[in-house]
Design a protein around this ligand. Sequence first.
Ligand code: ACO
Length: 330
Amino acid sequence: MSFPPSQHVRVAGVGAYLPERVVTNEELSASLDTSHEWILSHTGIHQRHLAAPGESASSMGLLAARRALEDAHLLPGDLAMVIVTTSTADYASYPSTAAIIQGNLGAVNAGAFDLNAACAGFAYGVAMGKCYCQAQGRPVLVVASEVNSRILDWHDRGTCVLFGDGAGAVVLAPSSRPGMLHEVLGADGTGAGYLVREAGLRTPEDILRPPGFVRMDGRAVFQFAVRAMENVIRRLLSETGHGLEDIQHFIPHQANGRILDAVARNMGLAPERFFRNIQHVANTSSASIPIALAELRRQGALKQGDLILTVAFGAGLVYGGSLLRWEAEG
Ligand code: ACO
């Protein structure tokens, strides 16, 4: 079977999955030197969902993927590629979480690979997925799935209160009209030390160490995040000839409400223009944007022709975003 390359690509379906267990700030305060007031005032977070022992990046991602395919009215066999963005893969090296999802989904005509750009993974995933969809003229599934709870030091109040678990997915499909309009990706690797998971194989002895936790210079990451998000938004708009007022939905990575307030202030934007669900999901890393997109989709808030701007940053340090037009039909 041969398929012509497709000029345009749209987001044809969205899905998400959040684990059932909800942990409130009050519950965390019972075992940690913190308080609901501190967490809420410093981050905007009320609660987070945490994965059950039997759940993993692949099992949560599979559920989000099925929902996205259903939303797109497509079958697993239609897919040309399964891309999974995660920092908490089922296996440290291989097999990829994407291969596990591809197998469990029955996406028999698709390739599969994982992509790690930390919390900006989804921005990178859709940019790569768009290219492959265009080249092959067939749909691509991008899944973002994170079990952050497994890499947190639950004694470190500076990090563990910030994150949650969950998965989101989109199906990118060839389209007669432009849906994915523009992408911006970037990095500043000189800041790699600011946000690190202490696990890896830099020396032979590392194989003997216990799996490491997330360590972060919160202030440095905060400052980078504000600069990077503003930069991505300005570039997406200026490179497509749009203004702030043209955008119906700003969907930022949900890392900290105060970061969003600072970006809004710097850009002269009302803070409520940024979609927020951080209060009930916390920071779900690369899954945060597709989870937010699925929430808006479920609410019926995405209307034909709406312009959606997504923007994220993450460990690396990396950043990225995309400008989409919501095209309900291809
Ligand atoms: N409860 C109570 N007190 C706390 C807590 C907590 N959970 N965490 C830190 N504190 C204390 C600190 O110990 C410190 O106390 P001290 O003054 O006695 O030393 C005080 O609060 C201030 O600590 P700071 O770290 O300076 O607090 P800050 O106002 O910078 O807020 C935060 C910390 C929320 C982490 C902020 O820096 C931030 O959000 N940074 C960005 C983090 C981020 O976005 N990370 C993810 C990036 S990418 C990705 O998503 C993987």
